[in-house]
Write a protein that binds this ligand. Structure first.
Ligand code: MN
Length: 245
């Protein structure tokens, strides 16, 4: 199984297209296809903050649901957009406002179409992917070793939001514990969620969210090669969004 696992895209379609081209995919059919049969996988957070969230949904729906050629797991932003589309009361903040603005600028018929696609993509996705006979796990915010194979509500919170304690920093952001530091499991874990300036590799875990939407890079991890491939972001750099490690 040969995969290219893509970090948090957050509507950065241009960067996504460039990255897949660099990885050897061609877009002749309007979606990225690899001639040697490599497949794409996504750590979630497809939308919000960036300029082309709906376009990213279209492409990943086509790859994952229609063609079953890619793997996707939801992120916390995906979860919130899903709840918005299902008619729940959610706060239109933290970047969701850009996705909702794109959505509301569409004619009603197209709104319905993209909404249905995203709902289907989300509902068909597992909380996390166990691939390559369990040797690889893809989870948006990572996963503790003892949670692999479990699918309860604690596991759901962990894979969407990380190892949160319920406490908050003075700036209001949630306190997140560093689960990767303590990870001693065998499977390779690939995740995103917390923007870092460069892919963070620790105890067979890979944080590939290099903050494309905050002016960093969009990164991919090639598996099983474990090579990192990145393209620079076209957006302005927002230093305070990156976690210093
Ligand atoms: Mn994210």
């Amino acid at each position: 199984m040969k995969l290219d696992i893509i970090g948090d895209i957050h509507g950065c379609f241009t960067e996504f297209k460039k990255l897949t081209e660099l990885l050897g995919y061609d877009w002749e059919e309007g979606i990225p296809i690899h001639k040697q049969g490599r497949k794409l996988a996504f750590v979630g957070d497809l939308t919000d903050r960036g300029p082309q969230s709906l376009k990213v949904i279209e492409i990943i729906y086509e790859l994952t649901v229609t063609r079953k050629e890619a793997y996707y797991v939801p992120g916390n932003h995906c979860n919130k957009l899903y709840r918005f589309f299902k008619g729940n009361k959610v706060q239109i903040t933290h970047g969701l406002e850009t996705t909702v603005a794109e959505y509301e600028s569409l004619p009603k018929g197209e709104q319905q179409e993209i909404k249905q696609k995203f709902i289907e993509l989300y509902e068909k996705a597992p909380l996390y992917q166990q691939l390559d006979k369990g040797r690889l796990v893809i989870a948006h915010a990572g996963i503790r070793g003892d949670y692999i194979g479990k699918f309860n509500s604690k596991v759901k919170t962990f894979v969407l939001y990380g190892d949160i304690t319920g406490e908050k920093h003075p700036d209001g952001s949630p306190v997140r514990l560093d689960w990767a530091m303590h990870y001693r499991g065998k499977p390779c874990i690939v995740y995103g969620h917390t923007p870092v300036r460069a892919v963070r590799v620790l105890h067979n875990t890979y944080n590939i969210d290099t903050g494309a939407v905050f002016g960093g890079k969009l990164s991919a991890l090639r598996y099983p090669e474990k090579e990192i491939v990145s393209v620079p972001s076209s957006l302005p750099f927002v230093a305070e969004k990156f976690k210093e490690l």
